[in-house]
Design a protein around this ligand. Sequence first.
Ligand SMILES: O=C(O)CCC(=O)C(=O)O
Length: 302
Amino acid sequence: MTHALLQGPLVSNGYTLSTAPDRLGRLEPSDPHAPVSALREQYRAQGYLWLRGILNRDDVLAFRGRYFAALAETGLLAPGSDPVEGIYSGGGERQDLIRRAQHEIVRWAAYEAFCLAPAIWQFYEAFFGSPVYLHKRKLIRHVRPGDTNSTGAHYDLVYLRGGTDTVCTSWIPLGDTPVAMGGLIYLENSHRYGRQMEADFAARNADLPPEERMSAFNKNMGEVGWLTKDLPALADKIDSRWLIADYEAGDMVVHGAYTIHAATDNVTPDGRLRLSTDIRYQDVRAEIDARWSNHWSLDDML
Ligand SMILES: O=C(O)CCC(=O)C(=O)O
């Protein structure tokens, strides 16, 4: 696969990210084979780990091919193209068929097996120092080139308040995902700020009935649980940098429940769809958010 280099500005939901060195930086890579004590320390300091090459590249690419092959009848892919490339048709795809296929894909044994790759659960088992639980609710998403809707700034505990705040998210690029394809970006050192924000929300949510209190969609929360779509303003507000990365198939980033992250638009000129999955792991003995015990569906309100 080729790497499309970034040729223009980085944009998210219509907001252009500043390229000033105090507003934009690069993710720090980690060696998945480093001693676990060093990885824990790096995670504690940074709020994330970018584990380069933790997964077998060929397995990841095979899964990318399998996903797009399953969408072959939807009109998403350029006619005659190889599913593993994931080249966008340019329009006219059937959203109803895509949704139906995605509901099926999150139930595939092959997807479950991918999420349970020994490299992943063994990493977490060492990292947590305990047996590991994988949440049943798992998300897989493709992003079309030219789509101007990207994930807004948020931290994950907003959606997982019914369980432990030591839960970790694995974001796995399913295919090479250079910056131009709009991979996940992190707000540097934001896990401390996220913790503070959650304490503020908890105070404001205190009078709500229990179910509403933990909802990402209650009256005190922003649009779909996001803090904002205006990524540059948030970086200014907390005087921080958005961290970007050229991800490769085989990489996995791990982030904590308070680490603020978002995504940028897929502006790759080569027409490739960004594909990724985001899935959650935790210590099996810690509190589990029961709302995540079902497969993802469009209307699950989480
Ligand atoms: O892939 C994305 O655009 C968002 C993923 C995300 O928010 C997460 O991994 O928690």
